[in-house]
Each structure stands twice: as structure tokens, then as C-alpha cells.
Design a binder for this molecule. Structure first.
Ligand code: GMT
Length: 384
């Protein structure tokens, strides 16, 4: 099968899922064509069956906003025509599902039928998609997709309650490649915590939705009782405020802001706990990645996090914003080595339930079904 994949090529979870899925499909012998504005960060284009097509948006002085959707639709059309793509899989509804619908209509004029699978990832529904400026277009393009998937049950419910959706939404959870967490090189904790401090970590794009001040506040409470350092991994608009908050609390020397790094797995391997305090989180891929590295997760109970992190087993969950309880939960594990070991094992076992081998065949079956629908001429979107 020849699959066109559209995603955000950045460090965000949806781009990571799209890239890892594409890589796995390529390993299974499918031809995978990534159509994005820059090369996805985890993509090696030298691997067999992997191709990358860059979407170029030309600057023109008249435009205050460059028409990215137009360039994307055109690139999709061009790639389908030149490469003979069978199916388009778009990750994150905005604007990808909308651009895919346009591409589909343009191709239809040429009597080419291309099915579109849209995967909803989270903020495309819970934050951005709900905005009245986008809502009609998002609703329309979800309904016009051939198959719609969401990464958690919680996101499916959010979608159905916020939009008028006439299509079935299939839940296909995110996944993790556990092999990647068996590191080749050493994981020497003393490099980062020379005095045997406990290592707490957080990874995100540091947007307001992640409630970064809560992370600093929880850590402040932890380090009052337990010698610890905090690794803040990632970049985003909340970083500067967080640095100031750490300074104001007098803990700046214990908080390491590491920015974007490709050493995530090594840093997780050195971590004792992972914090995720988001106000909205459809799945929390990063929590799953921490668990794959045997790191228990202290999290809020937002959205789909509870579908990944099991309270009292792989970590603890608390009400969004309840930093007191999250700090107490953290100390429960940090001050009880046997319990901590138990949670580490549980976290890894839970991550195994989301292994790549369990989830990738579900997408493959979805692609087959979308193609079969076309073959059997049952598709009814073509004329609308
Ligand atoms: O978390 C972000 O802000 C990035 C965002 C993205 O689109 O990359 O992540 C969303 O998709 C991930 C992959 O499916 C999910 O694991 C995240 O939970 C989801 N983020 C939110 O819902 C806030």
C-alpha cells in the first residue's frame, strides 16, 4: 500500500505518533510518503520505503497570513498523482483534515478516489477546534473523512459532546516502541545528580495547558522533604515564567531547564518520577514514554491520562491543580523504595499493553477497510 501521511513535524505528540506509525508501516513493506512543511524530527529518510515531500508556502507581500492549507492540499494532490498514493492519513484535524478534503475533491475531478483517515489527537478538538473561528470547518472535515480515529476514549467523548459528528469514531490508543527504551549506552544517574539526589522530570511544549507553575510548585514541596533535582525538558511560552518562579522560590539551582533535546530516553532512564499536571490531555503520550522507561507518573486526572496512568499502580492521579496531593503522592513513592520499585515494574508492564505491535495492526486494518470501501463502491462522500 502507498500511504500519504500528513502531520506536524515538530516535537509534539501527534507528530511523534505519525512518524513512528509511518516508520512501522514502512518496515512492514508499505511505501510511506510524509507530506509536511519540514522533515519530521524522528524521521530518517534514508530508511527503505520512507519518502518526504516538503510543502512550500510562498511568501507574497499581499498576504498577512500565508495560505498553508492551499499549499498543503496542492502538495497532497501532486503527491497522489506522481507517487500513486492509495490512501491519506492525516494527523490532527486542523487544518489537515480540511486540506485533505480539498485534495480529495480536486482528485475526484480527475476520477481518482482517495480515502482519507483522520486521527484526532487532542487540542485539535479540546482547545483549538472548539473555537468558533474553526468549529464549522472542523466539524465539516471530520464528517467528510472516510474513517475517523481518536487516541483515547476521553477524546472520543469530548469530540462527540462538542461537535455534531455523524461518523463513528474509532479509538486507537497511542503506542510506544519499547525496544527504544533498552538503551545501548549507559544510563549514569550520577552525571545529572552527583550527590545521589532524586531525579524528577517533566517533558512538554510548555504551553499554558501543561500548567507549568504546578510542576514547579510540586517540586518545591518535594525538595523540602527529599533531596531532589527537577529536569524541565522542552521549550515553550511558559518556560521563562517557570524560571522566574524557581528563582522566586529559591530553588533555581535545583531546576535544570534543558530545552529541546534528543536525549529524552537517556534522561527518562535517570528519572525517579515523572510529573504531568495538564489541565487538558487527550492521552499523554509522554507519560506512556516515561512508563516505558520504568518511571512512575504523578499526574492530574485530565482527559485520557487515566486511560494510561493507573492510580495506585503505575503512579498516582489527583484533581487538576491539586499540587498538595501531587507532592504527597510523589513523596510516598520517593520515601518508600520498595513501593517505588513495585510502581516502576507496574509502569513498565502497563506500557507493554501499548506496545507498537499491539497497535500498528489496528491502523493497518483501518487502511485496508478504507480501501475496500472504495473498491466496493460503497463510499458516499464522493458526490457531496
Ligand atoms: O500536548 C501537546 O500540546 C501536543 C499535542 C500534539 O498534537 O502533538 O499532543 C496531543 O497529542 C498527543 C498524541 O496523540 C497526545 O498524547 C497528547 O495528550 C495531546 N495533547 C493534549 O491533548 C493537550
Amino acid at each position: 500500500m502507498k500511504i500519504g501521511v500528513v502531520c506536524y513535524p515538530t516535537f509534539g505528540g501527534s507528530g511523534v505518533v505519525a512518524t513512528e506509525l509511518g516508520i512501522q508501516m514502512a518496515k512492514k513493506g508499505h511505501e510511506v510518503h510524509f507530506i509536511t512543511y519540514s522533515q519530521p524530527v524522528r524521521l530518517d529518510i534514508l530508511e527503505p520505503n520512507i519518502y518526504y515531500h516538503e510543502v512550500n508556502v510562498h511568501d507574497y507581500p499581499l498576504f498577512e497570513y500565508q495560505p498553508y492549507e492551499l499549499a498543503l492540499s496542492s502538495k497532497m494532490v501532486d503527491t497522489v498523482l506522481t507517487e500513486g498514493i492509495d490512501i491519506l492519513h492525516v494527523h490532527y484535524a486542523i487544518p489537515h483534515a480540511y486540506a485533505a478534503y480539498m485534495a480529495k475533491k480536486i482528485l475526484l475531478e480527475k476520477r481518482i478516489y482517495i480515502p482519507v483517515v483522520t486521527t484526532l489527537h487532542g487540542t485539535d478538538i479540546t482547545l483549538v477546534g472548539k473555537n468558533p473561528s474553526y468549529k464549522p470547518a472542523v466539524t465539516f472535515s471530520i464528517n467528510k473523512s472516510d474513517i475517523v480515529t481518536s487516541v483515547s476514549q476521553s477524546l472520543k467523548e469530548d469530540t462527540l459532546s462538542s461537535f455534531v459528528i455523524k461518523k463513528d469514531i474509532e479509538v486507537v490508543p497511542n503506542f510506544v516502541d519499547l525496544d527504544l527504551y533498552n538503551l545501548d549506552g549507559p544510563c549514569i544517574k550520577s552525571q545529572i545528580a552527583p550527590n545521589g539526589e532524586k531525579v524528577i522530570s517533566h517533558i512538554s511544549n510548555m504551553r499554558p495547558v501543561k500548567r507549568i507553575p504546578d510542576i514547579i510548585e510540586i517540586f518545591f514541596r518535594i525538595q523540602q522533604k527529599e533531596d531532589a533535582i527537577l529536569l524541565m525538558i522542552g521549550e515553550g511560552p511558559e518556560r521563562e515564567k517557570a524560571e522566574q518562579q524557581a528563582k522566586d522560590l529559591g530553588i533555581y539551582s535545583k531546576v535544570k531547564f534543558l530545552g529541546k533535546t534528543s536525549e529524552i530516553r537517556r534522561l527518562l532512564c535517570m528519572s525517579d518520577l515523572f510529573l504531568l499536571t495538564s489541565s487538558t490531555e487527550s492521552f499523554g503520550l509522554v507519560a506512556l514514554e516515561a512508563m516505558a522507561a520504568k518511571v512512575p507518573v504523578i499526574s492530574s486526572n485530565a482527559g485520557g491520562i487515566s486511560e494510561v496512568n493507573v492510580h495506585g499502580e503505575t503512579g498516582f492521579l489527583a484533581t487538576i491543580g491539586d499540587v498538595e496531593t501531587m507532592a504527597e503522592h510523589s513523596l510516598t513513592l520517593l520515601q518508600n523504595p520498595r513501593l517505588h520499585e513495585e510502581f516502576k515494574d507496574n509502569a513498565y508492564r502497563r506500557a507493554q499493553e501499548f506496545s507498537i505491535d499491539a497497535v500498528v495492526p489496528k491502523y493497518e486494518a483501518i487502511y485496508e477497510r478504507a480501501l475496500a470501501t472504495i473498491r466496493e463502491g460503497k463510499e458516499n462522500n464522493w458526490t457531496t
